[in-house]
Design a protein around this ligand. Structure first.
Ligand code: AMP
Ligand code: MG
Length: 330
């Protein structure tokens, strides 16, 4: 049984295919990037429109299957950027109608968590989900045999990835800026910045403002700012993650989302986990950020939501996309 997953919530258009045992047959993507701007919604949606056909072709080639071999189609229904979400939904709907296979709406955040759990074969982790727009610490709770996600802590303003991207834009690093910031940080030294943790939540916008002021007043180098922003923000999240482990008594911490590609971030979390005898897990770079394989896997896990899983065109009602769908509403 094969599920095809389509991702289009933000900068990435991706298509992945997984089997019912979680084997990834294909995971192809193309991400919008820009030398001097961030994500302009209509431009990103246009990017997705342009690449979607080719990505599908490549994914089918990689998986060595025909479209008609696909049993389920899953797509990211939200949260995300509205025009981008529609590109994914409309494409998924078109394919589903073409091959008469059921369409499954997937929560993008839940998909990140599920692929982290699958890849590392975890039982009951604390999830640290740090992407462009999201920064959340999440656990799974089961009541009456139904499990749902509980957000223990999150950003009070912007997600850490978006904050890094904004800093990058100010410093002329292009979009996305995370990898460039990681590189520059290697040559920097520490400057004090605001450290804002409130209970289990964190706030990044004040740090961004301070870093912007220092940069524009020529009071700090790019390297020092990158290093200090990384050290401060990663330490804040590590503190909250440690508290989550302490409160819940859980012993597995898994990092997912694009910022999880950062080696220094992983190192800090690894040290913290080791000190408190917990295990730290992450995913390879290709599964850290947005991609279609995670959507396919989450779609497969949720397929029961559509009765007997048969193709039924009544499921295409209103609400094909949900731009503000939180993971704790899944
Ligand atoms: P996602 O939304 O999960 O695809 O993650 C995208 C975010 O990850 C963007 O904000 C990137 O700047 C950020 N990112 C990617 N690579 C790195 C890195 N090496 N260090 C920090 N952030 C990164
Ligand atoms: Mg994401």
């Amino acid at each position: 049984m094969i599920t095809l997953g389509i991702e289009s919530t933000a900068h990435t258009f991706g298509i992945g295919m997984v089997t019912d045992r979680g084997k990834i047959l294909a995971n192809v993507k193309d991400s919008y990037s820009s030398l001097n701007a961030g994500m302009i919604p209509d431009q990103v949606a246009e990017h997705h429109q342009l690449v979607k056909g080719e990505i599908l072709k490549q994914a089918l080639r990689e998986a060595k299957i025909d479209l008609t071999d696909v049993d389920y189609l899953a797509y990211s229904s939200g949260p995300g950027i509205d025009p981008c979400l529609w590109v994914g939904y409309n494409f998924a709907k078109e394919l589903s109608e073409k091959i008469k296979k059921p369409l499954i709406a997937v929560n993008h955040c839940a998909a990140h968590l599920s692929i982290g759990k699958l890849y590392n074969q975890l039982k009951d982790p604390v999830y640290l989900y740090v992407s462009g727009v999201n920064t959340q610490i999440i656990i799974e709770k089961t009541a009456d045999r139904k499990s749902h996600y509980v957000v223990l802590g999150e950003t009070l303003d912007i997600g850490l990835g978006n904050m890094l991207d904004k800093l990058g834009r100010i410093m002329g690093l292009g979009f996305p800026a995370g990898p460039g910031i990681e590189e520059l940080a290697k040559g920097g030294k520490y400057l004090e910045l605001p450290y804002v943790v409130k209970g289990m939540d964190a706030s990044f916008s004040g740090i961004l403002t301070k870093a912007q002021q220092l940069y524009e007043r020529k009071q700090a180098t790019k390297e020092d700012l990158c290093f200090s922003v990384q050290e401060t923000c990663f330490a804040m999240i590590t503190e909250v993650a440690e508290r989550a482990l302490a409160h819940t008594g859980k012993t597995e911490l898994v990092l997912i989302g694009g910022v999880g590609a950062n080696q220094r971030f992983c190192e800090m979390l690894q040290i913290m986990c080791k000190e408190r005898k917990a295990e730290f897990y992450n995913v390879p770079i290709g599964l850290a950020g947005d991609q279609g394989a995670m959507i396919a896997w989450e779609g497969f896990l949720r397929k029961g939501q559509y009765g007997d899983g048969q193709y039924d065109d009544r499921q295409y009602g209103e609400g094909g996309v949900k731009p503000h769908w939180r993971v704790d509403e899944v």
